[in-house]
Design a protein around this ligand. Structure first.
Ligand code: HEC
Ligand code: HEC
Length: 322
């Protein structure tokens, strides 16, 4: 009887801790962030920005929505795109701290409103304008707002991206284009400069000079990124195991919502882009997941058959003993 009482008390305390104290502590340490379902309309920006910026942000996103309502002419947008390609070309070089990403699938992975906003003002679009108190010309893509200026030109070049720079995109391409300029993924053999090239050691010395040269280039790029962003962005090989899916979703959708003041830009992914980036993070961080999912039902089936057999066996053994 006494043992039962003690057990009861222990059980109650455990449950109180489990359902009461732990979730409370958790909610205090990590604020719960609601996502915005990958809708980029300025709602989040207005919630997060300083009071004196509210009017600017509202006006900015109202303009974005007006441009989004225009009918873009993809053919006319191609000529404008040449200006983008001046920076975003194959073999692009570091520019103001970061290497412009490939836009090969920009029309597929980024949201339309976000692309419009990005051309109007890359710092506001990516929600890092707090880094540029003297206006956004200091942003490495800032000059675009002086090059593509009319609403119709913006609508045209976005129409061009959606028509010609879309198509099927693999998880790896989505990651490389949206995240790879800042984040390495060691398990995916990616540095901020792309795929790690295959090199060979010198037969006589055993030293791989090409690999060393490559490592030097990566080190230089990383130093430049750390300077631009205030810190080196972490390797994302196994982030999928370290962070919850909800955290990752809301963080990637709008880094400021979880980490006010962070230098990571909002990447403007749409649903497809987010799914593909996630697929890549799973591929590198949890490569056994497909195998596990495939094995699970087989194990259950095995137990079911085993139980049935055991039951039949027991019945046959006990037959005649009653
Ligand atoms: C002066 C060079 C330059 C020009 C011109 C330029 N960009 Fe960029 N762009 C950059 C750089 C640098 C970055 C990376 C910025 C960063 O990561 O902070 C970038 C980033 C981007 C991104 C990724 C944004 C994100 O965070 O997800 C897209 C999409 C993009 N540019 C589209 C365009 C388009 C479309 C044009 C033409 C209308 C264009 N860019 C013109 C330099 C340029
Ligand atoms: C322009 C550079 C840049 C790009 C592009 C970028 N990030 Fe980041 N990211 C950062 C920086 C800087 C940090 C460190 C943030 C901090 O601590 O302030 C970071 C941190 C993170 C974290 C760590 C959050 C945590 O606290 O555990 C995750 C996850 C992440 N990024 C995911 C992504 C994904 C996914 C993409 C592509 C969709 C991406 N990032 C694109 C710069 C970038």
């Amino acid at each position: 009887m006494k043992e039962l009482k003690i057990f009861g008390i222990v059980a109650i305390f455990t449950l109180v801790l489990y359902w009461g104290v732990e979730p409370f502590a958790h909610s205090q340490m990590h604020k719960h962030v609601e996502g915005h379902n990958l809708v980029y309309d300025g709602t989040a920006d207005v919630e997060e920005c300083a009071k004196d910026k509210v009017a600017t942000k509202k006006a900015f996103w109202a303009d974005v929505k007006k441009i989004a309502a225009l009918k873009g002419d993809a053919a006319a947008g191609e000529a404008t795109y040449a200006m983008c390609a001046g920076c975003h070309m194959e073999g692009a070089v570091n520019m103001g701290g970061v290497t412009p990403p490939s836009l090969e699938h920009a029309g597929a992975i980024y949201d339309k409103n976000f692309l419009i906003a990005l051309i109007k003002d890359p710092a506001i679009a990516t929600n890092v304008d707090h880094k540029y108190p003297n206006g956004t010309m200091a942003h490495p893509m800032g000059s675009i707002s002086t090059m593509v200026t009319t609403p119709q030109d913006i609508a045209n070049v976005v129409a061009y991206l959606q028509a010609k720079k879309a198509g099927e995109v693999t998880p790896k391409e989505a990651f490389t284009e949206a995240c790879g300029r800042c984040h390495a993924n060691r398990y995916g053999h990616l540095t901020q400069l792309g795929e790690i090239p295959k090199t060979k050691s010198n037969i006589a010395t055993g030293k791989d000079i090409d690999a060393m040269k490559y490592q030097e280039k990566v080190a230089v790029e990383e130093a430049s990124l750390a300077n631009y962003l205030g810190k080196l962005p972490p390797d994302l090989s196994i982030i999928i195991r370290a962070r919850s899916e909800h955290f990752l979703h809301t963080f990637i959708e709008d880094p400021q919502s979880q980490l006010a003041g962070t230098a990571m830009p909002r990447t403007g992914l749409n649903k497809e882009g987010m799914e593909k980036v996630f697929a890549y993070l799973e591929e590198t961080g949890d490569p056994s997941k497909p195998l596990r999912e495939e094995t699970g039902p087989k194990v259950l089936l095995f137990f079911l058959i085993f139980t049935a057999l055991a039951f039949l066996w027991k019945k046959s053994m006990w037959k005649g003993h009653h």
